[in-house]
Design a protein. Structure first.
Length: 315
């Protein structure tokens, strides 16, 4: 069902998306368009206190970046009775809603750039006796314009918080992070979480990297949810003999850093210009090094070929 394809898109095209949301998300539930939905994708996530979700992006408007990874995440869904299902079952349940959402959004709104998708698998509340996936799981697909990467300076805040069960994108995390999102300053692009000892884990919607003495550090997979872009960065470093170390770094060593960056499906690899350690009222600025700029360009190029085309979504 899934096959690789290669699409060449110039840098200008990839980032030719709005920096401001102009169209409300289109929402599909179980292969039916939800009329009069006027919230954001975050509102949708907060409306559902259980289940799993994943955020994706299109490339070339027809293809979904690292689609298999997103199906794998949704397959972590468990029914109200605790039953888990295969990736094949999840893919079969997801595809009708996904194709309807994308094709309808493209037809109605004719987006000039790429699209952001939020995919949810939520346990059904009805007491359905059948235990197949369709009977036990509601599928939601939200589609909207992909907001463009903001211009420098990119600012992140460090705040103390320890996330429970970080290796799964449970919807409970959406509610837990709401307070941190509301406390984030308007200038900040992201909040990166630290524990009581100052060790850094991940952002609210990103993975975090620091470069120290020519080595790239990022959190190990048992401490955070490994992101699709994070995996690509790790593999690129391994393939090009760049030291990549999956260990937590401590913010007290920030003056030894050569720089840092965050990664996510929407941001790809985003270099950081300023780190604000909120509780200590400390700021550290960075000049983007040639090494980090090279990594950013390399990941951008890889993103154009690391694509899944699930049965041509818009055919």
């Amino acid at each position: 069902i899934l096959r690789k394809t290669k699409i060449f898109i110039c840098r200008k095209q990839l980032f030719s998306v709005s920096t401001k949301q102009t169209i409300m998300p289109l929402l599909v539930k179980n292969n039916k368009i939800v009329p009069y939905f006027s919230g954001t994708s975050n509102d949708l996530l907060r409306e559902h206190p259980s289940g799993v979700y994943t955020s994706a992006r299109t490339v070339g408007k027809e293809n979904i970046f690292s689609f298999e990874e997103h199906v794998s995440r949704l397959a972590q869904f468990k029914s109200a009775q605790g039953k888990q299902y295969s990736e094949t079952e999840m893919l079969s349940h997801l595809m009708p809603s996904l194709k309807l959402a994308l094709s309808t959004f493209v037809t109605q709104f004719k987006p000039s750039g790429e699209m952001k998708l939020v995919l949810l698998a939520v346990p059904k509340t009805s007491e359905e006796k059948k235990d197949d996936l369709e009977s036990q799981c509601d599928i939601f697909v939200s589609v909207e314009d992909l907001i463009g990467i903001p211009p420098p300076p990119i600012i992140i805040e460090i705040r103390t918080y320890h996330r429970t069960n970080p290796t799964v994108k449970h919807l409970e995390w959406v509610m837990d992070r709401k307070e941190l999102e509301e406390r984030k300053s308007i200038e900040a692009n992201e909040v990166v979480l630290e524990d009581e000892e100052g060790y850094l884990y991940e952002g609210l919607s990103s993975n975090f990297f620091a470069v120290i003495k020519g080595k790239v550090f990022t959190a190990p997979p048992d401490k955070v949810l490994t992101g699709t872009i994070q995996k690509i960065i790790i593999k690129y470093c391994e393939d090009h003999n760049i030291p990549i170390i999956q260990e937590l770094v401590n913010v007290k060593d920030i003056h030894d850093w050569e720089g840092c960056f965050i990664s996510s499906t929407s941001r790809l690899l985003l270099p950081v210009n300023e780190v604000r350690i909120v509780e200590k009222e400390i700021k550290k600025t960075f000049i983007i090094s040639p090494f980090i700029a090279h990594l950013q360009d390399a990941i951008l190029k890889l993103s154009l070929i690391h694509i899944s085309e699930p049965t041509r979504l818009l055919s």
